[in-house]
Design a protein around this ligand. Structure first.
Ligand code: UTP
Length: 404
């Protein structure tokens, strides 16, 4: 279809305003970008997802005490799986880290005090401990976005992969989604360039597939993907005990959780919806449930997810074609104003579209909630200061004996 009619059909003709003033390369880029837009995401602006309704109930998980009782059995099974190359680590590093306020990839952030210690470096150090313990390297796939791919790769190369063998590392780029203003109109971020942002962490498997990595020989024995966030500096990647426990459980997915430290803590909550495992975002959980206590005064809904999941590989392949909800997230989006000048807004001015990994838990059909010790495994770096910040993460790293 001709570009003009296509845009008219979707109520986006305003984008054509300066079309005649763009040069050929700019027009070509624009047409290509428009041609690739998945228009179905716009439906999410008014959608009420069926998956997000239904009866919420608690889900039973493995407590620290239970894990301790079976530790040696889990460790043995997990270690064996790692040695056989069955566990593939996936590091989600495509986010923009807007709350941290850095334009560079979050993993390149220096959290050291007396010496440089980059987030990526700390995560690789954590992974290397597992490799030493299991006497095997874990294949590591790093998801980036168009906005930070080159910088991320260059950073790893410059630092010699922080001592991890490059032969066991692959990068892949996630897809982008267009951004709109509050009335659903696409924005331009340059001449002939639609404003875009990474399409959320829920598309990691599709992006991996698109990148052709599922056929990579590094993944030839893959049975589980251990998907983790870049911003938890105490993240245990490929934790053999977690791996073993998930395998023994016979479930298709494992999710590490920490007990919420207060009802209003901003973490996704692992529970059940209509009998299926699911993660409810903190802002979707009714206050009545968030504060509900049992007879001993404990929170009934207390499993906060740490974004450390194990996904069964063949189940992932089965559900790959199923749609997951697209969430609209309010955001500050730079855009070209009426005079063609790039404007950086001070306040949120539009939406980005994201799919979220937490929505995959439900699709997996079954899930083992696995408790992690908060002080040892959960130090997210979301903000510069305050809650979940560089400061709080530094304190926790020091507490765990990391030299900063
Ligand atoms: P967050 O939800 O904290 O988003 O990501 P963010 O983009 O890093 O930070 P803010 O919200 O802009 O401040 C959780 C994890 O998911 C990854 C992030 O890199 C982080 O590891 N992520 C997020 C992606 O890989 N791609 C995305 O599109 C979004």
């Amino acid at each position: 279809m001709e570009i003009k009619s296509l845009l008219e059909m979707h109520g986006q003709s305003h984008l054509m305003r300066d079309y005649m003033q763009w040069n050929e390369a700019e027009r070509k880029q624009f047409e290509q970008q428009i041609g690739q837009i998945d228009w179905s995401i716009f439906e999410s602006m008014n959608a009420v997802w069926e998956e997000n309704s239904g009866d919420i109930s608690p889900i039973e998980g493995l407590s620290l005490r239970e894990i301790e009782t079976h530790r040696s059995e889990y460790l043995k099974i997990g270690t064996e799986a790692i040695r056989q190359g069955k566990i593939i680590a996936v590091l989600l590093a495509g986010g923009q880290g807007t709350r941290l306020g850095t334009s560079s990839p979050k993993g390149t952030y220096n959290i050291g005090i007396t010496r440089p210690l980059y987030i990526f470096e700390q995560l690789i150090d954590n992974l290397k401990k597992v490799c030493t313990q299991c006497d095997a390297y874990v294949p590591l796939l790093i998801m980036t976005s168009e906005k930070n791919d080159e910088e991320t790769r260059t950073f790893f190369a410059k630092h010699s992969y922080f001592g991890y063998p490059a032969s066991h590392v692959r990068f892949f780029v996630q897809e982008m989604a267009p951004c709109v203003d509050f009335s659903g109109k696409l924005l331009l971020e340059g001449r002939g360039k639609v404003a875009t942002s990474p399409n959320g962490n829920g598309g990691w498997y599709r992006s991996l597939e698109r990148a052709g990595l599922l056929k990579d020989r590094l993944l030839s024995n893959a049975e589980w993907f251990n998907v983790v966030a870049v911003d938890n500096v105490l993240q245990r990647i490929a934790d053999p005990v977690f791996v073993g426990a998930t395998i023994v459980s016979g479930k298709k997915c494992g999710a590490k959780f920490v007990r919420k430290n207060r009802p209003e803590e901003k973490v996704g909550l692992l529970c059940q919806r209509d009998g299926l495992p699911c993660v409810v975002e903190y802002y979707e959980l009714p206050e009545r449930l968030a504060t509900l206590q049992d007879s001993s005064g404990e929170l009934v809904y207390s499993y906060g997810v740490t974004l450390n999941y194990l996904f069964h590989a063949s189940t992932l392949a089965e559900i790959a074609s199923q749609k997951i909800p697209v969430h609209t997230v309010k955001k500050k989006i730079s855009f070209l104003n009426e005079d063609g000048m790039l404007t950086e807004p001070d306040e949120v001015n539009g939406y980005k579209f994201e799919t979220l990994i937490l929505d995959m838990v439900r699709l997996m059909g079954s899930c083992l909630p696995y408790e992690a010790e908060r002080e040892k495994e959960f130090a997210p770096v979301k903000n510069k200061t305050g809650v979940d910040s560089v400061e709080t993460a530094q304190k926790l790293l020091l507490l765990n004996g990391v030299i900063l």
